[in-house]
Design a protein around this ligand. Sequence first.
Ligand code: UDX
Length: 463
Amino acid sequence: MKEISIVGLGYVGLTFAVSAASRGFRVIGVEVDEHKRRSISEGVSPIYEEGLEPMLREAISKGMLRVTESYGEAVEGSGITFICVGTPSREDGSVDLSQVIESSSRIGEALRNKDGYHLVVVRSTIPPGTTIEVVKKILEERSGKRVGEELGLCFNPEFLREGRAMKDTLNPDRLIIGAYDEKSGKTLLEFYRRFYRDRMPKTLLTNPVNAELIKYANNAFLAMKISYANMVSRICEKLPGADVEVVMDGIGMDKRIERTFLGAGLGWGGSCFPKDTIGFLKFAENLGVDLKLVKASIEINEEQLEHAIELADALIGGLRGKIISVLGLAFKPGTDDVRGSRAIKLVKKLLERGASVKVHDPRAMGKARKILGDDVEYAGSVEECIRGSDLCILATEWPEYRKIRAGDLSKLMRNPAILDCRRLYDPEEFRDVRFAAIGLGLDLWTSEMKRHRERKSTDLVEM
Ligand code: UDX
């Protein structure tokens, strides 16, 4: 089966479509947004993702990927349909399934007229139980066929990270396949064997509800690791000489824990962690289960932003009337995505506290402007951003920001001071300006602290 269809060409769907095309599958993409359809058909990616656009151009020019709005054409022309539509949060934090419902209905209708076996695979993140209780029901109702007979159904979560979406799709850590029945599982496994050939990832084959739970519990666990680091960072800030980075290095050397996702900072943002942690919490609440660790992780994440504001306030003695430059607006480096960006929330809080804000980001200025409008000044360069300001806040750790030196701050700023919210800088390099960082013990710029640092023995011995 060399033809597949993919419904929804957002981050997940588009990277998957382009990757599958590069592996020799003919892909039909279904996209409701006309602007996106046109852009993708012309080989122009509507999102920035490293490596995506050249591969998209190739897929389009070779005719391996074509885009349509017709479900009939997609279902008729393929043996497997992957659902990759959005599942945003509602106001109350619960999951909005309307796009999953709509696409399942349309796929079901198209299946009514199709002969032969067809497999439907849900890749969108959905609450446990949805594949069987919602998708299966709709498919059967609309198609007049039975799942487990003429139709197959799987839930197959993705774990791709923005900024590494192509690499994560082409070379994932593992595959999780939640199959309704044996034939569905075998059909999807066969597809992935062709996709990955001799580099088939470790695979867990289970039922849909376990696979749905794996996706939620996985993201909640990673979010919890970050909140754990942020919790420890608070104690570090109270203890002279303590540094959360060193503490996490030590903890991370334990193979049972690992260093990844222990980066203290402004907390987690993005399009997944905020919505998936709350979605998981709400879902469990309805079952009468209190996910205390997830709840505490969300609380810590929220507090972390306010805490950064307090650090800024303490560092420069009040925020009202001050000019503050914020470096980085994307929710993390390597993307132009500002969804759930902590940096944007930080900017809003600074404005609420009466500060004037100048912002810079290497890629996300366009998307940030749509949210922040005329409330801030947009700087074309780092120098322009920090020039004349009273405080520089590093909010997203783009590698190019590492080049900033204490001398640049002294030369350009009205009052040289920097708050490192993503632990990008070596505090030693900033000893001559006011410097504070998340998770770094006491006022580094005071002479008492300087003396303490000089006495301090080496924290990490390179062997
Ligand atoms: C995440 C998951 O990693 C991925 O598996 C899932 O499919 C989608 O959600 P993504 O949202 O792209 O991916 O970003 P990720 O790199 O995981 O970072 C999420 C947020 O956590 C960012 O705001 C980042 O700045 C923050 N983060 C990450 C930390 O604050 N500290 C860390 O140590 C790691």
